[in-house]
Design a protein around this ligand. Structure first.
Ligand SMILES: Cc1cc2nc3c(=O)[nH]c(=O)nc-3n(C[C@H](O)[C@H](O)[C@H](O)COP(=O)(O)OP(=O)(O)OC[C@H]3O[C@@H](n4cnc5c(N)ncnc54)[C@H](O)[C@@H]3O)c2cc1C
Length: 271
């Protein structure tokens, strides 16, 4: 399929990107790796009048650690996350997730900023951002992840807002991520992430509602001393799956319980 026609601009700075977005109006879109946007354009589900290509903006592909946080530039690609030794130490759950995002082409082109801005509930990093209380940094403000994901493919970003970085707390406790899919390289039918922070656990759910979800009820049960199985039994109130071609909502609810137990076991056994 061929995309609808569009204008193309390659700004050299974030300020210029914002000006171009305002110049071309609300139908213009930022493009980073193009791994979500181009498929949508080819299907004509998205028909932006202009693409503002941010790949040439210097400084957006850096990863820094300071004061208990890790800041990952918006243009940092999945493959950069996979290969980053500091991230492997400071935020290993994200590295674990990056290993399983799409295929080599997707990992070589797709960016963390693109995943966050796209706001897909099936985007693995979105669950990590939510459960770890990450901060999404843009040209205009800092968003707390808990306030960022609004609805299906809908975030708190305004039209002329550009994600410049994502800031995660350094998270070195035990962790695990389970991505359930039928074929290698598929998106998750359901994903469960767990991360130990201090004496408690954080839980995140991928593709189990219209937005990424935090496993607050499961976390509370674990904090109260429940076993993994008893805590996982609470997952039903953390998610809101819908039936689709790959699984019914009922199946996904059952799957979530099973995966939550397995993921907690994986995290604690790996220690
Ligand atoms: C076959 C295939 C399999 C995939 N499997 C997975 C998977 O398993 N898990 C997963 O998480 N992802 C998966 N993806 C998506 C992939 O992770 C993309 O990299 C990601 O969703 C978008 O990143 P991008 O840089 O390509 O963004 P783009 O496609 O360039 O942009 C996506 C959206 O975000 C906006 N945008 C991009 N960057 C910014 C920014 N800095 N500021 C503001 N807006 C911005 C764009 O305007 C657009 O609306 C898959 C993609 C494909 C094609």
């Amino acid at each position: 399929m061929i995309t609808a026609p569009f204008e193309y601009a390659r700004p050299g700075s974030v300020d210029e990107t914002q000006s171009l977005l305002n110049k071309y109006g609300s139908d213009a879109k930022v493009i980073a790796g193009g791994q979500s946007l181009i498929p949508l354009m080819r299907l004509r589900l998205s028909q932006p009048t202009a693409l503002i290509d941010i790949q040439g903006i210097p400084g957006l592909n850096e990863v820094r650690r300071d004061n208990g946080s890790v800041e990952i530039g918006a243009l940092v690609r999945h493959v950069d996350i996979q290969r980053n030794a500091m991230l492997r130490e400071s935020l290993p759950i994200l590295v674990e997730m990056s290993n399983d995002v799409g295929d080599n082409q997707v990992r070589n082109l797709g960016t963390i900023g693109g995943v966050i801005a796209h706001g897909d509930a099936a985007g693995d990093y979105n669950a990590a951002a939510l459960m770890l209380d990450a901060e999404i940094i843009t040209n205009k403000r800092r968003h707390q992840a808990r306030d960022f994901y609004r609805d299906i493919f809908t975030t708190a970003l305004e039209h002329d807002e550009v994600v410049t970085a994502v800031r995660f707390p350094v998270s070195t406790g035990r962790f695990a991520y389970t991505k359930f899919r039928r074929r290698l390289y598929d998106w998750a039918i359901a994903g469960v992430a767990v991360q130990e922070t201090g004496s408690s656990w954080r839980v995140g759910y991928v593709n189990l509602a219209t937005t990424p979800r935090r496993g607050s009820a499961v976390e509370a049960a674990l904090a109260g001393g429940a076993s993994a199985a008893d805590a996982a039994a609470q997952s039903g109130s953390d998610i809101d799956p819908t039936s689709d071609v790959r699984a019914t909502a009922e199946y996904k609810r059952h799957l979530t319980q099973v995966l939550t137990v397995r993921t907690l076991q994986k995290a604690t056994m790996a220690a």
